[in-house]
Design a protein around this ligand. Sequence first.
Ligand code: PEP
Length: 263
Amino acid sequence: MKVKTIIAGNWKMNTGAKEAGELVEELLANIKTGAYGPAVVLAPPFPFLADTVQRLAAATKGRQQWMVAAQNCHQEEHGAFTGEVSAPMLKSLGVQACIVGHSERRQYFGETDTAVAKKVSALLRHGLMPIYCCGERLDERQSGRHREVVAQQITTALGNLTPGELARVVVAYEPVWAIGTGVTATPQQAREMHAFIRAELRRIAPGVADQVPILYGGSCKPDNAAGLFAGEDINGGLIGGAALSADSFAALVRIAQEAKSTA
Ligand code: PEP
């Protein structure tokens, strides 16, 4: 089975209400992707999720492949967790996916692999698609521990999933040293780690591991994406900075489409 190609844009804590709406409209005007093209996932900040869902719904023709994702969620369903947002709340808005385990959440908000594992389960329970981020820090790569670190992250967050659950997950390999730094992994480094992640997923659920999309994230831009997306186990990208420009993001969707149609 061919793995789905996905280009996901993580807007992080950027844009205001007006700008967010304009960006969605520009993306809708610029991105042409049909049933066989890459899926497009937009992850705006929480306050703009509902508006983004509505704008996409209003532009349904040829947009079946478009999804809205949140950038985080809480693992519990409801209760005394001031400031948090749960998976069923996202579901009730029409949000279909959610990024979890982003390195910025791990670094600035102390999220552990165990907490992230609970978030993955909560999302699956409520029918949302988790986009699970993993990746090593610079010191871990320099000391040759990158495989060990990523294997540990994957085992803790995804190791207990059933095959049916794993089949609904998207993994994003995001080396921390490449996020927002302008330094990207070389195609060789990315290919090697994606093949390693695929092998880890096969250990968990051999029957479905080959259909799990593994996205690359970390300073991915139109001028370096072709080499990255050409990699066999690189099924698209999780894009930060370049997702804030409709031109760059649309170019990335085109590059992914070309890379995968010639693969
Ligand atoms: C990200 O935040 O997930 C990301 C990949 O950011 P950037 O593309 O800016 O490195």
